[in-house]
Design a protein around this ligand. Structure first.
Ligand code: 5MM
Length: 332
């Protein structure tokens, strides 16, 4: 049986990253509507099949994260998504949190839910073919947020999720996201990301989570959307790696989220990270920075499936090249 450590190593293999296609039904429907596509179950299926079957995807993508709806759907030839993507050389993953909900006692802050019944759900997802899972905690920077309560509650939930995944033989992607909303500078993002990661590490340790069998999915350290000015890739890389250095060497790897950065900026930042020596690989687990151009190119037209796939492959190849850079720099 393949262990969590082996699966995690495959997920962050040199030059490979993860495609986040796990938008909830509500988010996916909104994105389809924005692209003038009817938000139907069948269109969500067609779109995920378009992404999964892009020619050459497995050259730079080790895994795709799906949501519950997709893992129960099939390709147009009738093969269930998990088996179909495995046949294409890609590991299927499943988002198992049920969303960030208002946190009682902490006005304006959220707690990510989904722990109730999680072991049984994980057993079913393993049965359906999932190799890994994902859980996202959300932290917003404000004058008084994130609060200590929100950090501790979400870190504890992330650790309970991770422990449950490893017990089920499923690799947990641990995603603590400090979002880009706000006018803060990158130094404040660094401090908050540091504090969040410290809490997550503590809770993972309390619950005996094996770091070599998880993939960390953090935000890059960047200024808020409303901050005047934009950090360079070198500045982002420097601060991000500084924060990450607190993670032990045995962590399997780091796969960044894109967080609303433009596709080009996310890739440039990922590329700049590679000139820093770290004990774990640094790769991508982008959603919007990979799929937005594909959705725009396809916009629901059956004649434009190939155009959508080419747009996806352009982004995937650029990020795969960025993630491969360090290995190339080291062997040069
Ligand atoms: C694909 O979007 C995921 C969440 O969707 P919902 O909000 O609908 O549940 C999200 O967790 C995503 O996997 C990560 O945030 C990374 O995506 P980005 O677009 O930030 O790279």
């Amino acid at each position: 049986m393949t262990t969590c450590r082996e699966i995690a190593a495959q997920m962050v293999a040199p030059g490979k990253g993860i495609l986040a296609a796990d938008e909830s039904i509500a988010t996916m429907s909104k994105r389809l509507q924005e692209a003038a596509v009817a938000p139907t179950e069948e269109n969500r299926r067609i779109y995920r099949e378009l992404l999964s079957t892009a020619p050459g995807l497995s050259d730079s993508v080790s895994g795709i994260i799906f949501c519950d709806e997709t893992v129960r759907q099939t390709f147009s030839d009738g093969t269930p998504f998990p088996q179909a993507v495995r046949a294409l050389g890609i590991l299927p993953g499943i988002k198992v949190d049920t969303g960030a909900k208002p946190c009682p006692g902490l006005p304006g802050e959220t707690i990510t839910e989904g722990l109730d019944g999680l072991p049984a759900r994980l057993a079913e997802y393993a049965e359906l073919g999932a190799a890994f899972a994902k859980w996202r905690a959300v932290f917003t920077i404000g004058p008084d947020t994130p609060s200590r309560g929100a950090i501790r509650a979400n870190a504890n939930a992330l650790a309970r999720y991770a422990a449950a995944c490893q017990a089920a033989g499923i690799v947990p992607i641990v995603e603590p996201e400090v979002v880009m909303d706000g006018a803060h500078n990158r130094g404040r993002c660094r401090d908050v990301t540091n504090e969040v990661h410290a809490a997550v590490r503590t809770e993972l340790e309390y619950l005996n989570v094996d770091l070599a069998g998880i993939v960390l999915k953090p935000n890059m350290v960047v200024e808020g959307d409303d901050y005047a000015g934009q950090s360079t890739p070198e500045e982002v890389a420097e601060l991000t790696v500084t924060v990450l250095r607190a993670w032990p060497d045995d962590l399997a790897g780091v796969a960044f989220l894109s967080g609303g950065q433009s596709p080009e900026r996310a890739t440039a930042n990922l590329e700049a990270m590679q000139s820093h020596q770290t004990p774990w690989p640094l790769t991508f687990s982008f959603g919007r920075a990979l799929v937005s151009p594909a959705l725009a190119a396809w916009h629901g037209d059956p004649e434009l499936i190939g155009a959508g796939q080419s747009a996806l492959i352009d982004r995937v190849a650029a990020n795969g090249a960025a993630a491969r850079l360090r290995a190339e720099l080291q062997s040069a």
